[in-house]
Design a protein around this ligand. Structure first.
Ligand code: ATP
Ligand code: MG
Length: 441
């Protein structure tokens, strides 16, 4: 028991590496993608070892279709590349080879070690550089969770398991390899990975692996924003975004990644809106329909924009100016944390700026809005607002019918552009062409 504890703290294998023969597990080489199989076979024929490792082995054992395949080998990147017709060396610091076979890309990496003597760390223990080649055993030790450190050798159909990953997988447990606190300090993104993988795979985070997260959550702030953004995107597009966001909040991680999320989720309408947006995203991912990250981030931050917009209008700012300023302030606050790209924020702005235009159903305006480049996304956003009770269901139904109608019916649907309320609107519009305050906002 004590011996096992010491081994775990030192990050050493909990048991001797287990070579699990094909008779004792269900994974067969035919289950791999033909490209992954090909890459392993070619490497082996050239005299190197090659096994599939990480997420693909884990997912296949859980009967989930892997997103992509990683192959680990003892061949150096420059030995791997010439073996394939279409292969790219990528990464400056630590080079990997991307082998492209048909539409698939297989990532081939050379066994790596996390050598204590040569690793650079920042003052919080975050690893800044680890670029030493190593053995398969060392490669296993630098991986994050036991279930992510299983190697499947297609030639023998053996699974090589250094850290008891197979047993954890059978018990549906997500367990950090080594001392969880040290491993989170080395790379705080592992906290986000724990939450995402547990939700995606239906695993329970083992208590020792879970315990330090709340305390160490603020370390996320020291991670380069682009990495946080990548991980957030993976999380939101995992098909389990609702569960992940709930868990992020429970673990106190939401403050580091979406500082405004907690605020939004505490407003009743905001919570309903975000919950619906996430549920809808999960549904789309699971039915393999496309999801736009811009739409998703626009949804996550909408109530923040709405609140800022209202405050500014209450101070007497004109609607258009107030909305512009509200969008700026919200995006500025998120920009540094999330490294949202310019392209993404441009689309988010388009979707937001379109919302007040849906309130105008007279004259030529609806026709013009219909032709806006992101009309469909803007309308989907309106539908979400209606579903959450922020705008009327009648408004959404009108726009749904208007889109589907032919030209004559559209003309008939337009609301009269007269009447006392309209006059007031027209006056306001003259000052502020294009945008008007939505009634409910
Ligand atoms: P998925 O592909 O479903 O998102 P994954 O576990 O395959 O999950 P990848 O980012 O593809 O995630 O990483 C492949 C493998 O690399 C992991 O299974 C794990 O062994 C290792 N790995 C990835 N990120 C880390 C990390 N931050 N720390 C240690 N090991 C990691
Ligand atoms: Mg993967």
């Amino acid at each position: 028991m004590i011996k096992r504890f010491i081994r775990r703290v030192l990050g050493l294998p909990a048991h001797a590496p287990q070579r699990v023969p094909r008779a004792r597990h269900a994974l067969r080489r035919e289950a791999l993608s033909s490209s992954a199989l090909k890459v392993c076979d070619v490497l082996r024929d050239a005299g190197y070892s090659a096994s599939v490792v990480g997420g693909a082995v884990r997912d296949l054992l859980l009967d989930i279709a892997p997103k992509d395949y990683d192959v680990a080998t003892d061949a150096r990147p420059e030995q791997v590349k010439p073996l394939f017709r279409r292969a790219l060396l990528i990464g400056r610091r630590f080079r990997l080879v991307h082998v492209m076979l048909g539409p698939e890309t297989v990532e081939v990496s050379t066994f790596r070690a996390a050598d204590a003597g040569t690793t650079d760390k920042d003052e919080h223990g975050r690893v800044l550089r680890d670029n030493v080649f190593g053995s398969q055993e060392e490669d296993a030790r630098r991986r994050d969770f036991t279930v992510n450190a299983l190697y499947f050798d297609p030639a023998t159909e053996e699974i090589i398991d250094y850290h008891g990953g197979l047993a954890d997988l059978r018990r549906h447990v997500l367990r950090m390899i080594g001392d969880p606190e040290t491993r989170y300090r080395e790379d705080p993104v592992r906290m986000l990975r724990a939450v995402r993988l547990a939700a995606k795979l239906g695993l329970t985070i083992e208590s020792g692996t879970r315990a330090p997260i709340r305390r160490l959550a603020p370390l996320i702030e020291h991670v380069p924003p682009a990495r946080v953004f990548d991980e957030m995107l993976k999380l939101l597009l995992s098909g389990h975004a609702s569960a992940c966001v709930r868990q992020l909040r429970e673990e106190g991680l939401s403050k580091g990644v979406l500082p405004l999320l907690d605020v939004i989720l505490e407003q009743p309408l905001g919570e309903r809106f975000v919950t619906l947006a996430l549920a809808q995203t999960d549904e789309r991912v699971r039915t393999e329909r496309s999801v736009s990250p811009a739409f998703l981030f626009a949804a996550l931050l909408w109530h923040e924009v709405l609140a800022a917009w209202k405050t500014r209008q209450a101070k007497g700012e004109r609607p258009v100016t107030a909305l512009e300023a509200a969008m700026d302030s919200v995006l500025d606050a998120q920009f540094e944390k999330l490294a949202l790209t310019r392209k993404l924020t441009a689309t988010m702005r388009e979707v937001w700026a379109m919302q007040p235009r849906f309130e105008q159903r007279g004259g030529q305006r609806p026709m013009r809005l219909l032709e806006a480049p992101r009309f469909r996304m803007g309308y989907d956003f309106l539908a979400l607002r209606a579903a959450s009770g922020e705008v009327s269901a009648e408004l959404e139904a009108w726009w749904r019918a208007f889109q589907q109608a032919d030209a004559d019916s559209r003309r008939a649907m337009l609301l009269p552009d007269t009447g006392p309320r309209k006059k007031r609107r027209r006056r306001r519009r003259r000052k502020d062409p294009g945008v008007e305050v939505p009634e409910q906002a």
